[in-house]
Design a protein around this ligand. Sequence first.
Ligand SMILES: O=C(O)CCC(=O)C(=O)O
Ligand SMILES: [Fe+2]
Length: 402
Amino acid sequence: MSGSGSPSWDAMGDEEQNPRLFIPNFLTSHQCKELEFIHKSNCAVGYRPHVFSTTLAHLVATNSAHLIMPLVPIRASLMEKVESFFQCEFELCIEFSGLISWSKGASIGWHSDDNRSYLRQRDFTAVCYLNSYGIDFEGGLFHFQDGDPGTVAPSAGDVLIYTADSRNVHSVDEITMGERLTLTLWFSRDGSHDEDVKLISQLSQIFPRQMNDVTITSIVPFPASDTMYWFSGSAHHSSSDLVINICCGRLHALGFSIYYSEDPTNDLLLSKPLKVTRKDEYYNFEFSNLLHALQKQRVRHHESMFLKDSGLLEVSFGRTGGSAMDEFSWDWLATGLDDWSSYSKHLHLELLRYVKNDVVREARKVFDVMPDRNVVSWTAMVRGYVQEGSITEAEALFWAMP
Ligand SMILES: O=C(O)CCC(=O)C(=O)O
Ligand SMILES: [Fe+2]
């Protein structure tokens, strides 16, 4: 389904019979990657086997409300598209929006999206494909039972919009390899099902608390109810052995081993501090809990992408990159995620330590990435150059001093 960038099928002959719209390249690859990051670091057990989802309510409940931000303009522009295509401007609300991934074994047979009594309020569906068939996963083709197009092969950035009623009966083939990721939205004419109303009430409960207590400004997520992270291996399991913790599973899939400071019982995993190792790498960093570890490890996993993309860094970490970011190590990035002032303090100490030990090249790397240099750091750096006899560099830096 490659396209020209403009909506297609909107002039279909059978528009009345099968009202649907396909928009190629609606999202940029940057947006797709950002949404993937949010999902991979926050998803919880989905509504069916092999399905994981990240709902907005879940992001709020896990202290990750800031991660809703990238979704806000995307939701708004999708709503605008749906309203204008179906000629119902200002009539719709978003009933549900969620990042949904399907792993091997997931599929759905013929259905319409309003086919249950509790789903009757759904009028329209928009599915944004965030990754691609044949690249990120195999299987997972989307089929309409009638009309054109019959089949859609998901491709990152494309959007499929259709009415949620029986004019658009559809199915999705089983995933046979990889993981298929979408941002899926349902729209309703019934304002009593407005997702935003619920979200705003949820958010208004947490924000006053944050404003009154400056210490609660960390963006480290905290766990929601434990049951959100457990995945039953079998629909009829009777033994707790069959229950897998999703966060543990994902960390293991990324090659990490998990170490707790004390022997944890399964149901306490989410509240215990932990450390991780990978192969022969040991990180002397204590994570507050499993979810925290997972979010940071995902950062590392996406590290090369983040380091190349200063815009994304700014959105996610509140600071811009720059060429010096190439020198960033994962430990620094992880520390930066946690608490910016302790990160800054850490850099100042590192700089002084390097200068004291005459490791001027390393000192300069630290100096270049420091977000807030002060008179001490400038002077230390100049002193480092003088100590090692690099007078030209020392002079250049001296004159560059603000
Ligand atoms: O992900 C898709 O392409 C459609 C999924 C679907 O049909 C549903 O969730 O109802
Ligand atoms: Fe569906």
